[in-house]
Every structure is written in C-alpha cells, then in structure tokens.
Ligand binder design. Structure first.
Ligand code: HEM
Length: 493
C-alpha cells in the first residue's frame, strides 16, 4: 500500500504545483477545503484534479461528468473508504458500515441498512416517535420564547434531530444525552482533522507525533463505553416491558437479526455497537445542519417563508388538524422544495464521504487515478455551479424545482442526476435519505405551523450572516437566534 501511494501513474489528472514534502497542504491551509480552496483550484486545473496531502494522493471531482465517472462508470473501483490512521482508530478499522472497506462485511451490513433499518417501510413505522419529538420541539420553543427573548434555534434543532434519530435507533431518549451529543460532535471534528499520521503513513515519526490518531483512539474508547450504557438501558427497558412494543426500533431489529443468525458476517456486539454509532454519527449532524440552513434561508427570504407557512397552515386547516402529523406532509409540496433548494446550496457533507481508489484506474475523464488515492466529489461546488444552475445559482429560489420552473425543474437528489448529489450516488449512496427527509419535513412544518418568525431586534433579512464553519460537514459558523411568536397553540406534552 505504501508503495502504491508513492507510485504515480503515467497520465495523472492535472493539479497544482507541489512541494516535495508537504505536497499540496499549503494550498488548503486556512481555507474551507471545499469552498475556498478546492473549488478555486478546480477552476484552474479542471473538473478532475490531483492534489497531494503529504504522501497521500487526493483526486477531486468537481463537475457532474466527474461525479458520474466516480460514482457510476467506475463506482466499483472507488467504492472503498480510505483507511487513514485517524479513520482506522475512530471506526475500529471500519467495523460499522460508513467507513467499512468495500467487501463482504460492508455488503452484508449495507443490505441490512437498506432492507431492514432505513427503508421507507421502516421509516414510516417509526413515525409516532418522530411526531412526539416534533411536539417536544415546538413545546420547548414556546416555553423559551417571550416577546423580547430570542431562542437559539441551532441548539434546539440539533437536539430535536438527535432525539428523533436516537428514538428511531433505540426507542427512547438516552440518559447521558448531553455527554453523548458532545462525543458525537468531537467525533465529527476528529474525523475532519487531517493528521500528520494520515498525510505521512510511511513515517513512524509522523505517527508518533500525531495527536489526532491518539485523540481518535481515546474517542473510540469513550464512545464504546457510552454505547454499552445505551444498549444496557435498552435491554433493561425491554425486560421491564416499558416503551412502545409495537414499534420495533433499529436496535431491536439488529438484535433480532443477531439471534436469527442468518447474516453471512458475524453480527457480534462490537459490530452492532459500530453500526449504531454510524447511524447516529451519519444521521444527526447532517440532518440538523440541513434543517438549520433551511430555517436560516427562509429568514433571509421572507416571500419563501410566507409561501411555505401559508401552505402548511392551509393543508392543516383543510385536514382539521391542530398539530402536524406525517399524513399531511405529502400535501406540503413547497416545503419539500424549500428543503431541496437547501440541500443544493448547503450540501451538508460538501465533499461527500471520502472514497479510496483500490488500484490504478485508467480512463477517468481521460486520466489515470493512482491506486491508494483518496477520491472526493465536490457536491457543494457542483450544487452552486452557474454553468449548470444558471446565473442565479448562488440564490435561494425553491421555485426553480417547480413544474415550469426551468431547465433544472425535474432534477433530483436521489443519485440519478449528477448535477445534484448531496447524498452521493452509486453503491455508497446515503441509505438514510428517507429518514433524514422525514425528520426535516416534520420539524420544519411544525415550526412554521405554530410560530411566526423574526430576526432578533427587528434586523433586516439581509443582515443575517450565512457564513459556514470549518469541518467535515458544512454547518453554520454562528448559531441561529430567532424570535418566535406563537400563532397556533402548542399541544400539551
Ligand atoms: C440531510 C441528511 C443527510 C445527508 C445530507 C447525508 C449525506 C450522506 C453522504 C454524502 C454520504 C456519503 C455518500 C457517498 O459516499 O457517496 C452518506 C453516507 C451515509 N449516510 Fe447519510 N446523510 C443524511 C442523513 C442520514 C441519516 C438520517 C442516516 C441514518 C440514520 C444516514 C446514514 C448514512 C450511512 C450509514 C452512510 C454510509 C453508507 C455507506 O458507506 O455505504 N444518513 N450520507
């Protein structure tokens, strides 16, 4: 592997100049990797470019054609995940699903995710838990709001999403929620921190000096302890007959499959723990980030906010409902477009999860990708490309997806249209799309139904800052504080 990493093929993609030791690291320092550096670099070097982070070749695709090459034409060659030192420590060598190397272990767990854990039928069957969490969210907003007191919607939305996902996975809240949230957050940061040991896999000195790999190891230990507590609580609750037994949660499903023993890879407790951590890790931050951006974009665009709110209130008035139930969501067509437009502008995982080229692959947009290269797709840049989306590409305009809304109206994000890939595509496409959308639609509809919204201190919409922070996900740099006024009474919890 070391040799492969160092070898370069005869016709590599173009890329920026490189220093002998640190490679292209200096091009990325101080910039958001997906935005400042990688998009600008790709404008200069082309839709498929080669960077070097220390010893590690990194190939970045930044156009629909490049995305199609990576995730369809050569999907099998790029279907593995990189096994950098940090990721190996963090994920116990890819024991779960999201960072598992391409192979039988991943194939079996992936099948389980798609058919049993995250499919549309299962997501529907978990709706009561989600609805209860949406009621909790609006009740909390109502209890914290007063005429002159804005609420921190970033924090409340993150908590709502975590509670909804945790409830889907283990059937209830978890006792150590705050410690758990903190650890998840830290995990995202550690995974994003590209360490010396990752950049110089052949250097023992770099490995010894790398704090990131050590932090990843400590994080893994702590996460294991927390997860064992969660599984223990779940077992005790079930033994005591508490909770809603009609709704099989995802941990129930995993334990049932373990007992049946008909999976072709051993589903031991270590693997179950790793899958659960993946579901929490992959599901909460992404969904929360998207929902926070949706709310922020609506605040920046009062006409869109009014239209979405009018629609939600009309649909529920016709149905005679006093709170949002999932049955009414299919009628809320504009709300779905708001989320779609948010996913376009704010791909929550801007470079998707990294893939690894297993062996030298020729003819990728006419170039050779070296074996061992990390392969990234800049979904964020593709979503904002004026050449694809038109002159108003950077504007928030959900109407572009409406019938008659223009050339891109029918473009979808479920992996068939390479102009719009916030969930990736191909074998590794996000299996959690249905759950993520259900949590977001329900949460957003509930907030729009019960409250009117303003920026604190009567600030004008254009004053709301829309800066992104640094990390593996594209979250808001600063928290979103909003003023909520109750318009439709909030149900009792
Ligand atoms: C707005 C919400 C979400 C976004 C934007 C998102 C995005 C992504 C992306 C970009 C990938 C990598 C795809 C690739 O490599 O091509 C991914 C993978 C994954 N996502 Fe999501 N995701 C979301 C919600 C969820 C939810 C709710 C879950 C489950 C609870 C989930 C579970 C996973 C898993 C398990 C993987 C790894 C799949 C594999 O490696 O085979 N995601 N997601």
């Amino acid at each position: 592997a070391k040799l492969r990493r160092r070898n370069c093929c005869t016709n590599p993609p173009p890329g920026p100049w490189q220093l002998p030791v640190i490679g292209s690291l200096h091009h990325l320092v101080g910039a958001l990797p997906h935005r400042g550096a990688m998009r600008d670099l790709s404008r200069r070097h082309g839709p498929l470019m080669l960077l070097r982070l220390g010893e590690l070749p990194v190939v970045v695709g930044s156009s629909p054609a490049a995305a199609r090459e990576v995730m369809r034409t050569h999907d099998a060659a790029f279907a593995s995940r990189p096994r950098t030192a940090t990721l190996r420590e963090l994920t116990r060598d890819g024991l779960g699903v999201a960072f598992a190397p391409h192979g039988e272990h991943w194939r079996q767990l992936r099948k389980l995710c798609v058919s049993e854990l995250l499919g549309a039928r299962r997501v529907r069957s978990l709706r009561h838990g989600r609805e209860a969490e949406a009621v909790n969210l609006v009740a909390t907003v109502a209890s914290l709001s007063s005429p002159a007191k804005p609420v921190n919607m970033s924090a409340l939305l993150a908590r709502y999403v975590t509670d909804a996902i945790v409830r889907a996975v283990v059937g209830d809240r978890i006792r150590d929620r705050d410690a758990f949230l903190e650890k998840l957050d830290e995990g995202v940061k550690v995974a994003a921190g590209f360490s010396l040991a990752d950049a110089f896999p052949s250097s023992r000195l770099a490995r010894a000096l790398s704090g990131a790999a050590r932090r990843a190891r400590a994080h893994h230990r702590e996460m294991t302890r927390l997860m064992d507590g969660v599984i223990e609580e779940h077992t005790q609750r079930k033994a005591a007959g508490d909770g809603n037994d009609d709704e099989e949660d995802l941990l129930d499903v995993l334990l049932r499959v373990q007992k049946d023993g008909n999976l072709q890879v051993p589903l031991d407790m270590g693997t179950i723990r790793a899958v659960i951590i993946d579901l929490f890790g992959a599901g909460s931050e992404t969904t929360a980030t998207t929902l926070q951006w949706a709310m922020a974009e609506l605040m920046r665009h009062p006409a869109a906010l009014r239209r979405a709110q009018t629609e939600v209130r009309r649909v529920l008035a016709v149905a005679g409902e006093c709170r949002v139930s999932e049955e009414s969501l299919p009628e809320m067509r504009y709300l779905k477009l708001v989320l779609k437009e948010t996913l376009r502008l704010h791909a929550a995982v801007p470079l998707l999860l990294p893939r690894e080229c297993q062996e030298e692959t020729r003819g990728v947009l006419g170039f050779d990708v070296p074996g061992g290269a990390m392969v990234l797709v800049n979904a964020w840049a593709i979503g904002r490309d004026a050449g694809i989306w038109g002159e108003d590409a950077e504007e928030f305009r959900p109407e572009r997806f409406e019938d008659g809304g223009g050339a891109m109206a029918g473009v979808d994000f479920r992996g068939t249209d390479f102009e719009f890939v916030p969930f990736g595509a191909g074998r590794r496409i996000c299996p959690g799309v249905a759950l993520g959308l259900a949590v977001m639609e329900l949460g957003l509809a509930s907030l729009l139904f019960h409250f009117d919204w303003e920026l604190p201190g009567g600030a004008a919409p254009e004053e709301l800052d829309m800066d992104e922070g640094l990390g593996i996900t594209a979250r808001r740099k600063s928290d979103l504080w909003l003023q909520a006024t109750v318009r439709v009474p909030v149900p009792n919890v």
